[in-house]
Design a protein around this ligand. Structure first.
Ligand code: NAP
Ligand code: GLV
Length: 313
């Protein structure tokens, strides 16, 4: 089978990725750029992509599977040259899920116990212990109850936090207050001391955290955005922080990445900036996920983790 591997990454990362894929799928023909020869391009049946440049899949007439190495496929769905009839599968990687749980737990623990504030106190040479709340006195709202949100909600609940989660459709999850609809969202936002965003970027979730929605969060709450930067209206978030309505923001994703030098978030005393590293694809486990889908394609069996294009995730 002829396979195109394309992404926006440093060469060393691309080579590492190729290594794990070739180990999982020996004997295939690999392309690191679309073949310029029309006959060779016509042989490419699978494209494995990591947030690729727009237009890279154009002209691959016999493509049968687009396998994303990223969980979020918003950029692929915004590229009008991605063939709409070709099945698009996204990455569901056990190691990525685990990493997201780590980032979410660290964020919530740091907010609940005041550890971010203590770091700032150290800079001022200030010795002052904060109030010690129990985990069951801390309410977390997880937005999105999918592969990542579901695991995060369960891990927080296992640590003793009071956890609510919001999804598009009604859901049931042991130990988690499951909410849906606008009323459920408002209830969750009004209660939570920490809100973790794990929604996919779609038409419905773009600019989700605007002034009105931030205002409906509980006074003194903090926002943890681990999904996509375009879901936050940055100036509205800065205003909510500066007015004192929100306590802190932990941000892994931004409207422009890398976050430009001089951006207000870099120096803001109550913003924690992470360089889009909350949960990266781990090729050691992701290669097996890709392999399973390529083998299913070859055997004419159902493909896993297909994106529902009309719903946008
Ligand atoms: P997923 O399995 O597709 O789950 C998405 C969840 O969001 C589902 O529970 C879905 O509800 C809910 N949802 C979607 N649209 C909604 C809406 N309009 N209103 C309410 N709920 C809505 O996605 P995932 O694998 O958990 O990944 C989530 C996102 O995380 C990705 O799209 C990506 O942007 C981001 N991500 C970030 C990093 C990072 O390092 N920062 C790493 C990986 C992924 P239903 O259950 O009702 O369908
Ligand atoms: C990373 O942001 C991903 O979507 O996998």
């Amino acid at each position: 089978m002829s396979i195109l591997l394309s992404g926006r990454w440093p060469q060393a990362e691309q080579q590492q990725c190729l290594h794990w894929l070739q180990t999982a799928l020996p004997g295939e023909q690999w392309w690191l750029a679309p073949p310029t020869d029309a006959a060779q391009a016509a042989q490419v049946e699978v494209a494995i992509v990591a947030n690729p440049e727009p237009g890279v899949l154009q002209g691959l007439q016999n493509l049968r599977l687009i396998q994303s190495l990223w969980a979020g496929v918003d950029r692929l769905l915004q590229d009008p040259t991605v063939p709409p009839e070709v099945p698009l599968a996204r990455m569901v990687d056990p190691a990525m899920n685990e990493a997201m749980v780590h980032t979410a737990l660290w964020s919530v623990l740091s907010l609940h116990r005041g550890f971010f504030d203590l770091q700032a106190q150290q800079q001022q040479g200030l010795w002052q212990a904060p109030a010690q709340l129990r985990a069951d006195e801390w309410r977390v709202l997880v937005l999105g109850l999918g592969e990542l949100g579901g695991r995060v909600a369960q891990a927080l609940s296992a640590q003793g936090y009071r956890v609510s989660a919001w999804s598009r459709r009604p859901a049931v999850l042991n130990g988690v207050q499951c909410l849906h609809g606008e009323a459920g969202l408002n209830q969750g936002l009004a209660q939570a001391q920490t809100v973790i965003n794990l929604l996919p970027l779609t038409e419905q979730t773009r600019d989700f955290f605007n002034a009105a929605r931030l205002a409906s969060m509980r006074p003194g709450a903090s926002l943890v955005n681990l999904a996509r930067g375009a879901q936050v209206v940055e100036e509205d978030l800065l205003a909510a922080l500066d007015s004192g309505h929100l306590h802190r923001a932990v941000l892994d994703v931004f409207r422009q990445e890398p976050l430009p030098a001089g951006h207000a978030f870099w120096q803001h005393p109550r913003v924690t900036v992470l360089p889009h590293c909350a949960a990266q694809t781990d090729m050691r486990s992701a290669a097996a996920v890709v392999r399973a889908n390529v083998l299913a394609l070859r055997a004419g069996q159902p493909l896993a983790h297909l994106v529902q294009r009309q719903q946008g995730y």
